[in-house]
Every structure is written in structure tokens, then in C-alpha cells.
Write a protein that binds this ligand. Structure first.
Ligand code: ADP
Ligand code: MN
Ligand code: MN
Ligand code: MN
Ligand code: MN
Length: 376
């Protein structure tokens, strides 16, 4: 997969992606760890989109995230601090098995805290957790559909002709065949790695634009949605790195007649899921219609500017400034799955969140509007 781009070889690329490097690593990764455990602390950096990680070793196997200490990093190198006060704290919040280091090793998702142990500007988890605690009695569930685009090292979609385009959209969505899908190995590797880690990966599919894919995580309750999706994204970036391919979460990676990438948020409360719950789905949609533009501001990391390129009214989207809903309608802001209409209970699908959204911000906006408005 690590083909050289445009016919010339770059030494550095070849070294990093050489398959023999991976097989040599395999000899060491299977050595006895002698009671030492590696924990990869990962976090969201100052962009609010990219992730970072570094490793700490322990002489015990952590069973619970609370057993892991607060750590720190150089915030000046991640856009999270200034030189004179460079230390940013990492507080472990959710623990998973590490699929890259099989055995007792862990990946631990951390929130970032400033010198006074307050959340940094890209730590949206703290606010989300407060909202989820307030609404816990309503048991909010989410399932998020993460769309992403595989890019070659020159940032042109993986498998596309150099400097050109594949045939128009149509045969690619859920497609099979070497001329329909590019990069399936990555999708399969990611799904298995997520299963091993303990992520509730609920499905995968090839998307409408070739080299674009989707995975779903859920249903997850409350804060768990954001935690699981961020870790699933981290695992995806790591796997792509191994294949020598770039994973882009840009919501409109190619201009023109090509679908953008979203992160649909499926949402329900206990009442919506129970028999006759349809009226609560309707109620939620009315509430959402009243705060459309506020939600748009929360649905990408740039206050709606990323989604401006994607929510055009074409390519299975509603325009950015209009709000609409409909059963089985994929040109709407909110879609009610046909099955839920038939069952008269279930969940709704908010199609507006961008592929690079922060799931903490999206899920807390949904819960604030649908569960907490008019309650306190
Ligand atoms: P689409 O038809 O829009 O492509 P997908 O099958 O990709 O839908 O994704 C549906 C998502 O909805 C999954 O992540 C699933 O876990 C989630 N989901 C299913 N039931 C519920 C529910 N009651 N509440 C919230 N999310 C749910
Ligand atoms: Mn150092
Ligand atoms: Mn889907
Ligand atoms: Mn999709
Ligand atoms: Mn969807």
C-alpha cells in the first residue's frame, strides 16, 4: 500500500511504511513484558480536532481508570499553553485495551486541565459530563456515524487517479470490487482493533464518495458516547499511519459533485424508546427547530464554518440555515428512521454534525435542548 507518489521515491516515506519494519517490530512486541505495563495517555490537542498521545509505564495492571495518576505534557507544543506556563495536566477519564500493544497494556483517554486544574479551552468533556449527570434519569442514548476520507500522502483521495477523478458517484456506496472501493483493509483492521479495545463499534460501510468510509459507535449512554468516539478516532489514525495512508475528518475534502463527510448523531431517551414513545420524538424535534442556528454553532469545531462547505442542500443534506425533519428523508436536518415511524417509538437522527465535530459538544447540545429545556 505504501506506493511512491508520482513515480519518485522518498527515502523517509519508504522507511516508515516498509513492511519489513512492521515484521521486525512484531518480534519485540511479543517479548515478555516482565510485569511492566505500558499505558498510552491520549488527549485532544489545541485544535480541538487532532489527538496526541504519550506512553507511561507502570509496575501493575490497572483495573480501573481511577488507579492511574494525573500526568502532564508540554502544552506549548500542542497549542494548549504558553512558554512561561507550559505544563498542562492529563487526567485519565476512560480506559481501553490497547490493540497496538496486545496483553495487559492500555489506552487511557485523558481530559486536559490548566495549572489551576480547570478545563483547557478544548476540553469540552467537563461541561458535557455536567449536562449528562443532570439528565441521567432520562437515560440518553447516542449512536454516532463517523464518516472519514482516506487520503494518499499527497492528500488526494486514496486510490483516485493521480490528478484526476474517478467515475461519478453511484456505484461506490456499500460497494464491492476493486473498481468500487479503496482501502477496505484499513476499515476491517479498525473494526477488529475497536472490538479488542472495548469500543462499541456497531457497524462499518463504504460511503458514496470513493475512498470515503463510515463506522458507527453506539448505542452509548451519556458521556460514554464522546469517550468512545474519540478513542475510536485515535485507533483509526494509528491504523492509517501503519498503512501509510492519511485519515481526513474534513467535512468536504473534495469540492464538486462529491458527498461531504458528516457525523450523524442518533439520539433517544428512555421515553422515546418505550412503546408509544413517538410523541416524545416529535416533542424533541419541535425543541430542536427552535434553536437550529445554536446547534449549527456546536456541530463543528469552528462555530459552523466547516459545515458551511458541507450543508449545501445537495448531497443528502439540508442547507445550513434551514431546519427540516422527515421520516426516512435524507435531505432533512433531522431524519426519523422509517422503522421508528412504523414502531411508533425509537430514536431520531440529527444529520447536521460535521465529521470533525466534537462528540462531547454535539451530545451535550442534544441533551440540553431535548432533555433539560423547560425542566429547570
Ligand atoms: P443510517 O441508516 O443513518 O446510515 P446507521 O446504521 O449507520 O444509520 O447508524 C445508526 C446508529 O444508530 C448506530 O450507531 C446505532 O447504534 C444507533 N442507534 C440504534 N438505536 C438507537 C437508539 N435507540 N438511540 C440512539 N442511537 C441508536
Ligand atoms: Mn523532554
Ligand atoms: Mn450510516
Ligand atoms: Mn453515511
Ligand atoms: Mn445516517
Amino acid at each position: 500500500m505504501a506506493k511512491s507518489v508520482r513515480g519518485f521515491k522518498r527515502k523517509h516515506d519508504d522507511d516508515r511504511h516498509d513492511t519489513s519494519f512492521k515484521s521486525i517490530l512484531d518480534r519485540y512486541i511479543s517479548l515478555d513484558q516482565c510485569g511492566i505495563v505500558q499505558v498510552k495517555y491520549i488527549w485532544i490537542d489545541g485544535t480541538g480536532e487532532d489527538m496526541r498521545g504519550k506512553t507511561k509505564t507502570f509496575d501493575f495492571i490497572p483495573q480501573n481508570v481511577n488507579e492511574l495518576p494525573i500526568w502532564n505534557f508540554d502544552g506549548t507544543s500542542t497549542g494548549q499553553a504558553t512558554g512561561d506556563e507550559s505544563d498542562v495536566f492529563l487526567k485519565p477519564v476512560a480506559m481501553f485495551k490497547d490493540p497496538f500493544r496486545p496483553g495487559p497494556n492500555k489506552i487511557v483517554l485523558c481530559e486536559t486541565l490548566n495549572k489551576n486544574y480547570e478545563p483547557t479551552s478544548t476540553n469540552n468533556r467537563r461541561k458535557c459530563l455536567e449536562v449528562m449527570i443532570k439528565a441521567a434519569d432520562q437515560k440518553p442514548w447516542f449512536g454516532m456515524e463517523q464518516e472519514y476520507t482516506l487520503l494518499d500522502s499527497d492528500r488526494w483521495p486514496y486510490g483516485w487517479p493521480r490528478g484526476g477523478y474517478p467515475a461519478p458517484q453511484g456505484p461506490y456506496y456499500c460497494g464491492v470490487g476493486a473498481d468500487k472501493v479503496y482501502g477496505r483493509e484499513i476499515v476491517e483492521a479498525h473494526a477488529r482493533a475497536c472490538m479488542y479495545a472495548g469500543i462499541k463499534i456497531s457497524g462499518t460501510n463504504a460511503e458514496t464518495m470513493p475512498a470515503q468510509w463510515e463506522f458507527q459507535v453506539g448505542p452509548c449512554e451519556g458521556i460514554d458516547m464522546g469517550d468512545q468516539l474519540w478513542v475510536a478516532r485515535y485507533i483509526l489514525h494509528r491504523i492509517c499511519e501503519e498503512f501509510g495512508v492519511i485519515c481526513s475528518l474534513d467535512p468536504k475534502p473534495v469540492l464538486g459533485d462529491w458527498n461531504g463527510a458528516g457525523c450523524h448523531a442518533n439520539f433517544s431517551t428512555l421515553k422515546m424508546r418505550e412503546s408509544g414513545g413517538y410523541k416524545y420524538i416529535d416533542e424533541a424535534i419541535v425543541k430542536l427547530s427552535e434553536v437550529h442556528l445554536e446547534h449549527i454553532a456546536y456541530y463543528d469545531p469552528h462555530g459552523g464554518r466547516d459545515n458551511e462547505r458541507r450543508l449545501t442542500g445537495a448531497h443528502e443534506t439540508e442547507t445550513i440555515d434551514a431546519f427540516s425533519s422527515g421520516v426516512a428523508n435524507r435531505q432533512c436536518s433531522i431524519r426519523i428512521p422509517k422503522q421508528c415511524f412504523d414502531d411508533q417509538c425509537g430514536y431520531l437522527e440529527d444529520r447536521r454534525p460535521s465529521s470533525n465535530c466534537d462528540p462531547y459538544t454535539v451530545t451535550s447540545a442534544l441533551v440540553k435542548t431535548c432533555c433539560l429545556t423547560g425542566r429547570d
